[in-house]
Design a protein around this ligand. Structure first.
Ligand SMILES: [Zn+2]
Ligand SMILES: [Zn+2]
Length: 266
């Protein structure tokens, strides 16, 4: 079975990953992948917003490194992308980034559920203990629905990232899952199966079987991503992810070129 494209990979420019694009591409070739995509964390409009992403002035260097990987591995299809933080109010900045380079896709991710709290940050774990998980999950999925409706993104990243540290809601989350997934379907945006969840406390692919089942029923398209922060994580657990997709009824996934979607058999 050939593995799907790995569309979620980081580079050292985000300050918490190791392995240059050429090294990640070499690993992809070794694994027999035919397509990958670099999707490092986008610069923010203010470089001091946080400390886990490239600075605005480094965006050109990022594009250059991806170009070098393309030249080094012409047999591998390498997509140029970003993982873009969605925060309400950032829309014009995201549009500006979109105009700068010939991106293949944007992954829209919600890490911030307030201006200053990234819910997946291990450095801000204490914040979870001060909060009500039901409220956090509701805010998170509301932002995810806004991200889907914004038309700024091709793919929504790790759609239940809020489970990372195992702070689960008490109320049934299916209505908030459905509100987001219906927004995704209406907007024609894909969701990714992200295997990084298997390497975190939650020990589960993002998103859960429950979410993926609803997504499958609605016909929301999917992509795959390892969220690699090191060469050894490229394509990690992809056969598990394909199985996860099949169990939810998926027989197809998608790929992107210059922000146009194409369907491929799984
Ligand atoms: Zn992310
Ligand atoms: Zn990521």
């Amino acid at each position: 079975m050939s593995l799907p494209a790995d569309y979620h990979m980081h580079t050292p420019l985000c300050r918490h990953a190791v392995g240059e694009p050429v090294e990640l591409a070499a690993q992809a070739v070794k694994l027999g992948l035919t397509e990958i995509g670099f999707s490092d964390h986008n610069p923010m409009s203010r470089d001091d917003f946080d400390d886990w992403r490239m600075k605005d002035a480094e965006l050109g260097a990022y594009v250059e490194k991806v170009q070098q990987a393309r030249q080094a591995f012409p047999q591998l299809s390498i997509k140029l992308a970003l993982e873009v933080d969605y925060l309400p109010g950032q829309e014009s900045w995201i549009n500006e980034l979109a105009r700068r380079y010939p991106w293949d896709y944007f992954i829209g991710s919600v890490h911030y559920v307030s201006e200053s709290w990234a819910l997946d940050s291990p450095h801000q774990l204490a914040e979870w203990r001060r909060r009500d998980p039901d409220e956090v999950w509701e805010t998170y999925f509301e932002r995810l629905a806004l991200a889907a409706e914004s038309k700024l993104f091709d793919i929504i990243g790790h759609t239940d990232l809020c489970k990372k540290f195992c702070f689960y809601p008490k109320r049934d989350p299916k209505p908030i899952f459905r509100r987001f997934l219906e927004a995704a379907r209406r907007s024609g945006v894909a969701i990714e199966l992200n295997t990084a969840g298997l390497r975190k406390d939650c020990r589960e692919i993002y998103p859960s079987a429950t979410i993926l089942q609803i997504a499958g029923e609605l016909g929301v398209p999917i992509t795959f991503g390892s969220d690699a922060h090191a060469p050894g994580e490229v394509g990690a657990n992809f056969s598990d992810a394909v199985e996860h997709a099949r169990r939810a009824g998926y027989t197809q996934c998608c790929r992107f070129s210059r922000r146009r979607r194409e369907t491929v058999a799984l």
